[in-house]
Design a protein around this ligand. Structure first.
Ligand code: NAD
Length: 481
């Protein structure tokens, strides 16, 4: 097959005002950590440090929670709801105005292709603020009856795969509902959250309404166990989610958890195969497969397996892997050395347990963290690569003969976040969707997101929903006059 050669189309980083050191954002100001400790944030495409970021310890978390409490009591809870909404609209518009800056910074710190940060992450983040701005003065319709109340101070902890988008999923509904926030971005991707703090200043958001503390899991535990925090919202791994559930179990804190997934992408033999192949590629190779709802288990009907796999391999060979800042790049860098070694370790069990590996032929850059798009065929339910979340550009292929077998296999997982169904028969799609234990189900498409649509899982994929009315309600409690 001929492949067009593209000239490099590098996005410039000159729009960024990068600093060598970044501080915490507490009570409307950038402040150094009280211990003075810092840690580097790395560009995963080169392995080189971009900047040093302040490490928040207990004393810093205490200061952030105190600022959020004061802002809640004195300003934010007293402000007319429509006024709160205006701040959210303002933030949304500034995000749109500064979208290019955010996209470049996200790509630099995370390793995802600029095409995705530019066309997906940042526009969706702005959309979440627009959507929730509209809710701020309509909380009576959130499903909790008249006059629902905010929780107060919300602690929010987010992962590295969609740093700015996860921030928006957390901060926008929290503020619309009238809470104030202490947010901790992931240790490998803190920069867009710190740039967002600048947007809060630019929007004139009252001091202390949003506080950003950077650090690692220990910083996260300080937020979770803080007695001044009324609600915890967490997105990350199931292991940490369980630890958080244990930590808040004997408290009055309310909690929402968005955790891992191992989604089945089911392709029936009556599906439009070329479209299904595009959907399979989008389902597992979008964002290097660092996607909680990734279609990481392909369940293909046995009689079309050969055709689907052949077309899939041909399509995978066209995926352009390389510099995330190049606008032609489809698959960027793996977010960190740790994540790369996790992917390498888990995929080696695929080889050891007898699955057959195929990787797209591509030249991986010599510096940074990279993994070629890969599929394993001949995978069975007992293989670790069929059960555990790889969180990388790796697809496990299983087969089924009957729809009942597809359902059985799809639901045979501790997770239940998302699923995909490919079929031309509407009745079959509805029958399948009804039987799948997954929070989000796409049909003849994959990885589509909208702020109005609730997102969340069953079983070990988490508690509660984010987005839509259901996600908003999690930031409220029933109230009286
Ligand atoms: P992680 O759980 O290791 O880290 C997530 C965040 O939690 C980070 O900010 C980290 O510093 C913090 N943290 C770590 N230990 C903590 C502790 N004991 N207490 C409090 N905070 C702690 O997860 P990760 O590896 O960064 O992210 C990948 C995982 O996130 C995957 O499993 C993925 O499926 C999941 N994820 C889920 C969703 C969803 O919406 N369901 C979205 C994105 C990612």
């Amino acid at each position: 097959m001929t492949e067009f050669e593209y000239a490099p189309a590098l996005e410039s980083t000159s729009i960024l005002n990068l600093q060598s050191d970044y501080n915490l954002f507490i009570n409307g100001k950038y402040v150094p950590a009280k211990t003075g400790k810092r840690f580097p944030t790395i560009n995963p495409a080169t392995g080189e440090a971009i900047a040093n970021v302040a490490y928040a310890d207990l004393a810093d978390v205490n200061a952030a929670v105190a600022a959020a409490r004061t802002a809640y009591q004195k300003v934010w809870s007293k402000m007319p709801a429509a006024e709160r909404g205006k701040y959210l609209f303002r933030i949304a518009r500034i995000l749109q105005e500064r979208a290019r800056e955010f996209a470049v910074l996200e790509t630099l710190d995370n390793g995802k292709p600029i095409r995705e940060s530019r066309d997906t992450d940042i526009p969706l983040a702005a959309a979440h603020f627009f959507y929730h701005a509209g809710w701020a003065d309509k909380l009576d319709y959130a499903g909790l009856g008249a006059n629902p109340k905010a929780h107060g101070v919300v602690g929010q902890i987010i992962p590295w795969n969609f740093p700015m988008l996860m921030l928006a999923w957390k901060v926008a509904p929290a503020l619309a509902a009238g809470n104030t926030v202490v947010l901790k971005p992931a240790e490998t991707t803190p920069l867009t959250a710190l740039l967002f703090a600048e947007v809060c200043q630019q929007a004139g958001l009252p001091a202390g309404v949003v506080n950003i503390v950077t650090g690692d899991g220990v910083t996260g535990t300080h937020i979770v166990s803080h007695p001044g925090v009324d609600k915890i919202a967490f997105t990350g791994s199931t292991g940490v989610g369980k630890a958080i559930a244990r930590a808040v179990a004997a408290t009055k804190k309310s909690v929402t958890l968005e955790l891992g997934g191992k989604a089945a992408n089911i392709v029936y033999d009556d599906a439009a195969i070329d479209e299904a192949v595009e959907g399979i590629v989008n389902g597992i190779f979008f964002n290097q497969g660092h996607v909680c709802c990734a279609g990481s288990r392909l369940l293909v009907q046995e009689n079309i397996q050969d055709e689907v796999i052949e077309k899939l391999k041909r399509r995978m060979a066209l995926i352009r892997v390389g510099n995330p800042l190049d606008k032609n790049t489809d698959l960027g860098a793996i977010n960190s050395a740790e994540q790369l070694s996790r992917i390498t370790e888990l995929t080696s069990t695929g080889d050891a347990e007898g699955a057959e590996r195929w990787s797209a032929p591509c030249d991986l850059p010599s510096k940074g963290y990279w993994y070629a798009p890969t599929i394993f065929t001949g995978v069975s339910q007992t293989h670790r690569i069929a059960r555990e979340e790889i969180f990388g550009p790796v697809l496990s292929v299983l087969t089924f003969r009957t729809p009942a077998e597809a359902i059985e296999k799809a639901n045979n997982t501790p997770y239940g976040l998302s699923a995909g169904i490919w079929s031309e028969k509407g009745s079959k799609v509805l029958w399948t969707a009804n039987k799948l234990r997954a929070g989000v189900i796409w049909t003849n498409t994959f990885n589509k997101f909208d702020p109005a649509s609730p997102f969340g899982g069953y079983k070990e994929s988490g508690w509660g929903r984010e987005g839509g009315r259901h996600g908003l309600a999690a930031y409220l409690k029933g109230g009286k006059n």
